[in-house]
Write a protein that binds this ligand. Sequence first.
Ligand code: S3P
Length: 427
Amino acid sequence: MAALIARTRTLRVHGNVRMPGDKSISHRALMLAAVANGSSRLEGLLCGEDVQSTARVLRSCGVAIPSLQRQIVVPGCLPFRSPEHALDCGNSGTTARLMAGLLAGQPVEATLTGDESLSRRPMRRVAEPLRRMGAGIEFPAGGDTLPMRVRGAALRGHEFELATASAQVKSAVLLAALVGRVSVRVREPSASRDHTERMLRAIGCGVEEGPNGIDFTPVDRLQPLDLDVPGDPSSAAFMVALGCLASEGSLRVSGISLNPTRTTFIDVLRRMGGDVATRPGRSQLEPIGDVIATASAGLRGTTVAGSEVPGLIDEIPLLACLAARAEGESIFRDARELRIKESDRIAATVANLRAIGVDADELDDGLVVVGSDRPLRGRIATHDDHRIAMAFGILGALPGNAIEIDRPTCVAISYPDYWSDLARVTA
Ligand code: S3P
């Protein structure tokens, strides 16, 4: 599919969509299963390309991960073996950064590489804390990007004060401490997603969250996981936004993680006038439930800044697209991290909004979008960034717009069935 062109003047949404497994949890589930004492049962893993990268990298370290499907069993395998070849992390920052931590505390040596986009992303943020714990981390010619050589070592505990809220950096440190069997404390300027902490508790480690940060205490025996991976709230966000933008109907996304470190986009949608209801269900490690989004006439612009940002960092391109159809101006600030995601998401979002006729401007640390109801037409340069493709796909599904996405297949990173789900709820 090269384009999504809405043919009718009204958009009616309907149905119940099951979301793909949460990407962050799927990476962590494979990694923790790989180091547990025994076999873990994992159900509902995301089978997208990023998680395939984690599975491939772990297999190269000797972990017997079967081909990814609805339910798999992963035998623990500590210590890993040093891989014969470089570990290709593909497009996945979570694979590269968390694997660096997981390797740092074992007697192994490995080189992490990635695709063009990942090879531009900064790795010093994980290299420095891991070096402070005693691991050897090297970049060619003193750089800060992949390839990154990790030489595992006997680690020492440490106390970290992170300059930026980053679940990837926090998790790299916690995973290094887990396999290196040392205590660490990590403090962040504001809360980032806490899946690693929840899963570490599930395998028996001590993880306390207090005013001074997160205190991790290692244990000798790591219990295997028995985990149903919930649906991904970041994937659900696209469907929820579409439900709010529709002219009629409602749609339900079921079985997603309602972890409060991931659902800030719902608060923002409601503030914009979106009719979004949550129906909590059973919990397992994570609070899980359904979200129902109903056609909401007259969305309003909003401001997103400060401590709200880490909880919706991946949803900002989508919220910016929503802001293009909301009344007035929307401002996104304190989101400089967006410049170093799979693409420079500030530049990509603004350039694409302008390309289809929206008034938008870049800020150093965010963007400004002015909403309108004029028809939006043009071609989106995704830069192979899945979230850019999906965000503009929502605008493409709206009546009167004619938006072409240059490389729609890049959604396979996190939501392989995105285009067919979108077609189904709008058919
Ligand atoms: C992720 C954390 C976030 C997020 C990324 C996945 C994770 O990155 O943007 O998509 O799984 O830990 P940072 O922690 O670097 O902000």
